[in-house]
Design a protein around this ligand. Structure first.
Ligand code: COA
Ligand code: AMP
Length: 642
């Protein structure tokens, strides 16, 4: 792999560090403002300060209208490549503008005003991006919910953000299976305390939904009428600090956190990242193979590529099975993808099916400049395999829903730094990191600790949680005063490279999807036969981690343990959704605990993963760990003896 001799990274990072306000003031000049910010950062506003508090802008204008105004309306904005429906559809920036301004007018006709929330439950189709941009256009705050979540999760989000309108598609399409979305929406509406009065439904031919009179409206005919009437909503001038969206992400309990993104900081940071981190230019084809329901999708399927004037690929398929492990290479070749971004799990899935990458030889992927990986730890084997088969830079980078863009990465645009497998490389401008021990003292190089970010967070990162400033302070800012707690553990080496090793809380990462084991425990504990339970993440060769539940049954329960175990699997699927990938529930006589009653999840995890383990000195009853080991062995887990 070729690495340039010199990267501009050290001087750019130094410039940021010496004058963060000057740095982000300069970066803001690349954005179209109705009123450029006179103040770059107000340290007294918000929970930890606010970026560009007096700037006035519109995200949709920057992502769509300004490209049309600059004469680039005929450039392709969106390529929808859908092997699951066997179709490819393209929209130019001019076509996108027309669709967005019409839908924005329709949304307004439903009575939605600036600041109102609109919940979007839609799959990987262009209409989902159109819906998000239409909201951004009129200052409505969108909240996209990933299609793999169940009705109850949807209801929790409806109750938290209280949307004025729902935008839904009739179905999603998974390989070999159509998933009707509308029954999930109807069930969520039934469960929710807050009842949105209108739902606009995009009918897909794979499964048309039944519309409920007075509440549900047909998307296509409503849009057609609006177009015939010449309706088009203009971009509304918004404060940079006005919210653009709320994206729910797993917290340590079943109640998800509503991560808020504002307009101005987000525009500036994403635009900066496209050139300097990803090395992307206007006119390039940029592909993030994620889902619009996740932060990677929000930032790098929808907003960043369009803001930067790139063509974005919306891929409705999987890395394998749609139809084979060559589908990524086919999409790269067909659409001349220059920058490609996905999660390591996708590469593990491809490697398993096609270890010698024989399918790659069928396609010309010379257009590809680099592969970017994020969403979970990129294990060195997977990175090395991807480098070997692609013969292009493979760039791991670390970020979170909360930050909205990269914390630690290797900036291709500034010039690559030498790669160290297992490390996403170095802190981006905007992020000053420390690794601290439990008493908030810095630890020496190569010593594990909690990774924290010195406040303030940069533009683009969340200013707060939706209507929950206190939860924001308690969850992220209280433990290490003056710092944002990432809840990731890791270490820094002597060259300043950061290694991110895993979460310090109850979050697990399953196939690049962030899930709460605490949330799963809440569901299992609600089963009438369960006395207590614990869910842990165990290692999985493809998905990185997968959940494994243990349940102690109440005395007197007569149903067989096997039956209850399968009920628990169904319960988690019904209540959280298939995305939880919860397939293992094990009934056990008791759970290992400390004398103070804390369940020893860490030790259970080591046993399940076949790692060396010792019973902690605080354990109440050491024999319980042996029982857990025996139960796991019965399932073919915990194979290696300590
Ligand atoms: N709507 C409805 N159901 C969905 C869904 C969606 N949008 N996405 C996933 N599901 C379902 C799947 O069909 C599967 O259902 P099943 O239990 O009936 O088989 C379940 O949720 C688990 O999905 P997943 O964890 O994705 O497993 P998989 O076996 O279908 O695919 C991978 C495994 C690795 C191929 C797949 O996870 C992948 O491509 N991951 C890429 C990672 C990614 O995009 N991460 C986002 C952050 S960058
Ligand atoms: P999400 O908010 O869904 O993007 O998940 C964020 C979490 O995923 C982080 O807190 C990490 O635990 C993990 N993660 C994401 N990217 C990386 C990476 N490059 N290396 C290690 N962990 C990662």
């Amino acid at each position: 792999m070729n690495e340039p001799a010199r990267s501009r990274y050290p001087e750019v990072y130094a410039v940021w560090k010496s004058d963060p306000v000057g740095f982000w003031g300069e970066a803001a000049r690349a954005i179209d403002w109705y009123e450029p910010p006179a103040t770059v950062f107000d340290a007294r506003a918000g929970v930890y300060g606010r970026w560009y508090p007096d700037g006035v802008c519109n995200t949709c204008h920057n992502a769509v209208d300004r490209h049309v105004a600059a004469g680039n309306g005929e450039r392709t904005a969106i390529i929808h490549d859908s092997p699951v429906t066997n179709s490819v559809r393209k929209l130019t920036f001019a076509e996108l503008k027309r669709e967005v301004e019409t839908l924005a007018a329709v949304i307004r006709d439903f009575g939605v005003e600036k600041g109102d929330r609109v919940l979007i439950y839609m799959p990987m189709i262009p209409e989902t991006l159109i819906a998000m941009l239409a909201c951004a256009r009129i200052g409505a705050v969108h909240s996209v919910v990933f299609g793999g979540f169940a009705a109850r999760e949807l209801a929790t989000r409806i109750d938290d953000c209280r949307p004025a309108l729902l935008l839904a598609a009739s179905c999603g399409v998974e390989p070999g299976r159509v998933i009707p979305y509308k029954p999930l929406v109807d069930e969520a509406m039934r469960l929710a305390t807050v009842k949105p009065t209108s739902c606009l439904v995009f009918q897909r031919p794979q499964c048309e939904a039944q519309l409920i009179a007075d509440r549900d409206h047909d998307w296509a005919s409503t849009i057609a009428k609006a177009k015939a009437a010449g309706k088009a909503a203009p971009c509304l001038a918004l404060l940079a600090t006005d919210p653009l969206y709320v994206l729910y992400t797993s917290g340590t309990t079943g109640k998800p956190k509503g991560v808020v993104r504002d307009n101005g900081g987000h525009l500036v940071a994403l635009n900066w990242s496209m050139g300097n981190l990803y090395g992307a230019e206007a006119g390039d084809t940029y592909w993030a193979a994620s889902d619009v329901g996740w932060v990677v999708g929000h930032s790098y399927i929808v907003y960043a590529p369009l803001i930067a004037g790139c063509t974005t690929v919306v891929y409705e398929g999987k890395p394998v099975g749609t139809p084979d492990a060559g589908s990524f290479w086919r999409v790269i070749a067909d659409h001349k993808v220059r920058s490609f971004f996905t999660a390591p799990t996708a590469f593990r899935a491809i490697k398993k099916e096609d270890p010698d990458a024989k399918l790659l030889a069928r396609y010309d992927v010379s257009c590809l400049r680099a592969l970017f990986l994020a969403g979970e730890r990129a294990d060195p084997d997977t990175v090395a395999w991807a480098e070997r088969i692609l013969k292009k830079p493979v760039i791991d980078h670390w970020w979170q829903t909360e930050t909205g863009w990269c914390i630690v990465g290797n900036p291709l645009g500034l010039g690559l730094l030498p790669v160290k497998h297992g490390s996403p490389t170095v802190a981006m401008p905007g992020y000053e990191l420390r690794v601290l021990d439990e008493s908030a003292r810095p630890v020496p190089a190569r010593t594990m600790g909690s990774i924290v970010v010195k406040l303030p967070l940069p533009p683009g990162a969340f200013p707060t949680l939706w209507q929950a400033d206190d939860r924001m302070r308690e969850s992220y800012l209280a433990e290490f005063p003056g710092f944002y707690k990432t809840a990731d553990a890791g270490f820094v080496d002597e060259d300043g490279y950061i290694f991110v090793m895993g979460r310090t809380d109850d979050i697990i990462n399953v196939a690049g999807h962030r899930l709460s084991t605490g949330g799963m425990e809440e569901v299992i504990a609600a089963h009438p036969a369960v006395a207590e339970c614990a869910v842990i993440g165990v290692s999985d060769a493809i998905k990185g981690e997968r959940p494994c539940g243990f349940a102690v049954l109440k005395t007197g329960v007569t149903t067989s343990p096997e039956e209850i175990e399968s009920e628990l699997v169904s319960l988690v699927r019904d209540k959280i959704g298939p995305v939880a990938a919860f397939r293992t529930a094990i009934t056990v006589p008791r759970l290992p605990k400390t004398r103070s009653g804390k369940i020893l999840r860490g030790t259970m995890r080591k046993i399940a993963d076949g790692e060396a383990w010792t019973a902690p000195s605080t354990i109440e009853e050491p024999a319980v760990l042996t029982e857990i080991e025996a139960a796991l062995k019965e399932r073919g887990m915990a194979r290696t003896q300590a």
